[in-house]
Design a protein around this ligand. Structure first.
Ligand SMILES: Nc1ncnc2c1ncn2[C@@H]1O[C@H](COP(=O)(O)OP(=O)(O)OP(=O)(O)O)[C@@H](O)[C@H]1O
Ligand SMILES: [Mg+2]
Length: 238
């Protein structure tokens, strides 16, 4: 496998083509961004921590029957993934009120929901990733109705698996965002599952282990990412 030119440089990762038209190299950079790229910083070790964290989570999910784009780790900062035709919508599940929904609906952060909520957002940086509904997805043909059903089913399954696993480590999975893509007629989980794209709190103290440490200037961002990984049994080499 030979790494070729970058095909996409996002806010935290760079995607490279390879000599295999079916495979991409995903490089996790040390860049951290928040508020749609308005706040930016480079955080030492972030790329490496996220790369190993994501690899472990993707493998746990595969083991539980969720198909993902993850193929293998290539280096501290790179993973090999299957090239997907990405669906333009983000799938968000919330178990506890925090962040956007708190502002949008005026509900206090920390309220434990009686059951998880599901939301779709349009992946569009220029528009600030607006919340959308199934009718929009249907009318604008961002995904088929069958895909919408599958996106929700898979995201709820991921929630069940990760919520239970995190709980064993004394961590509450507050919320998370997933992206899926098409691959030979199947929907695969793509992109990443890292502490950049979810909220994880200590189950007792509610201390934050996720990107809110960066958004809200709480400090020690990567130290907390590594502490969460350690609790979950995710090994990140020195
Ligand atoms: N397997 C895959 N095949 C193709 N594209 C992928 C795959 N997995 C993730 N992507 C896309 O690669 C990009 C990863 O880069 P990054 O997450 O840094 O982008 P970003 O700044 O979030 O930008 P965007 O707003 O486009 O997501 C995303 O656009 C994501 O949708
Ligand atoms: Mg992204």
């Amino acid at each position: 496998m030979i790494k070729q030119a970058a095909v996409y440089t996002g806010k935290a990762k760079t995607v490279y083509a390879t000599d295999d038209p079916e495979l991409f190299v995903m490089e996790y950079r040390d860049d951290a961004t928040a508020f749609n790229g308005v706040k930016k910083a480079a955080l030492d070790r972030k790329g490496k921590v996220n790369n190993y964290f994501n690899a472990h989570v993707m493998q746990v999910l595969e083991h539980q029957g969720i198909k993902t784009h993850f193929v293998k780790l290539l280096s501290d900062n790179e993973s090999l993934v299957k090239k997907l035709d990405m669906i333009k919508v983000e799938c968000v599940i919330r178990n506890v009120v925090a962040g956007g929904i708190s502002k949008r609906l005026g509900i206090e952060e920390g309220m434990v929901l009686p059951e998880p909520t599901f939301e779709f957002f349009l992946k569009d940086d220029a528009l600030g990733d607006p919340i959308i509904n199934e009718s929009h997805i249907h009318v604008f043909k961002w995904a088929t109705d069958a895909e919408v059903t599958e996106l929700k089913r898979k995201t709820f399954l991921v929630n069940d698996i990760l919520k239970a696993w995190f709980a064993t480590a004394g961590l509450t999975l507050v919320d998370f965002k997933l992206e899926f893509g098409r691959h030979h007629g199947e929907l695969l989980l793509g992109d990443e599952f890292t502490l950049d794209g979810c909220r994880v709190w200590d189950a007792v103290t509610q201390e934050k282990f996720d990107k809110d440490r960066f958004r809200r200037d709480l400090g020690n961002v990567i130290e907390f990412y590594e502490a969460a990984a350690k609790r979950l049994g995710i090994n990140i080499p020195e």
